[in-house]
Design a protein around this ligand. Structure first.
Ligand code: URA
Length: 235
């Protein structure tokens, strides 16, 4: 469900502010009925008319991207940095769901479906996200257990649902650690390892809920299937 003025603006008819004026002036109909309420919500199936012309609502699009390093999770950037939406070939006004850091790679969902985006980011949702972290040094057993028991990050106790040391490389002085968490706090994984005195050198998100990267290479993307969208909405 989306606000009427937003739907009109997204359809490219006019700006959101002008759309609000048209609504207030009684020039907008939803399913044949004049609507003058600004917050009125419509979905894809509603027929919206502006001055008796039916507007085409933007089709919902859903993408899964393997985000490369060096892109920010935004639709534009005033510092001129590259943004993830540049990587997707579409005219739809898609945006990233949640955030991966500039230097983090991996699974990112982009969509123009506000309902799905809100659902996935709602704190009560707790959809699981799995990351592979390359850390400097080695996790001792006591550090492992401290992490496993949970770490306070920005006032929230973050307890990983899974924590596994996948590789222990003595020569390079690194560990590869897989961690699954259910919260979406900023820099959460880096902060968790910092709490046990390890820097994350590389970070990749490997999955969100049932979705994983599969064969997608860095910078590649694909559309989500109907079933995958349904699973996310029901997750
Ligand atoms: N945690 C981080 O520290 N960075 C990310 O990009 C995602 C999760």
């Amino acid at each position: 469900m989306e606000r009427l003025q937003k739907v009109i603006a997204n359809a490219g008819v006019t700006s959101r502010r002008k759309a609000e004026e048209l609504i207030k002036q009684g020039k907008v109909k939803v399913n044949g009925e004049v609507i003058t309420e600004l917050g009125y919500k419509v979905d894809n199936n509603d027929v919206v008319m502006v001055m008796d012309e039916v507007i085409a609502q933007e089709k919902k699009e859903y993408y899964l991207l393997n985000k490369p390093r060096g892109y920010i999770c935004a639709v534009s950037d005033d510092k001129g940095r590259k943004v993830v939406t540049e990587l997707i070939d579409t005219n739809a006004r898609i945006y990233p769901v949640g955030r991966l850091d500039y230097d983090t790679t991996g699974l990112l969902i982009l969509t123009n479906d506000g309902e799905l985006a809100n659902k996935l980011q709602h704190p009560s949702k707790g959809i699981s996200k799995t990351y592979m972290a390359k850390i400097r040094g080695h996790l001792t057993m006591s550090e492992y257990h401290s992490l496993k028991d949970g770490v306070m990050i920005d006032g929230t106790l973050v307890v990983p649902s899974r924590l596994k040391i996948k590789k222990h490389d003595e020569e390079r002085n690194i560990d590869m650690v897989e961690i699954t968490i259910n919260v979406g706090l900023n820099h959460v994984v880096k902060k968790m390892f910092q709490a046990v005195n390890h820097d994350v050198i590389k970070l990749k998100r490997e999955s969100i809920g049932k979705l994983s990267l599969g064969k997608l290479q860095t910078g590649e993307y694909r559309e989500l299937s109907k079933q995958e969208i349904k699973d996310l909405l029901e997750s």
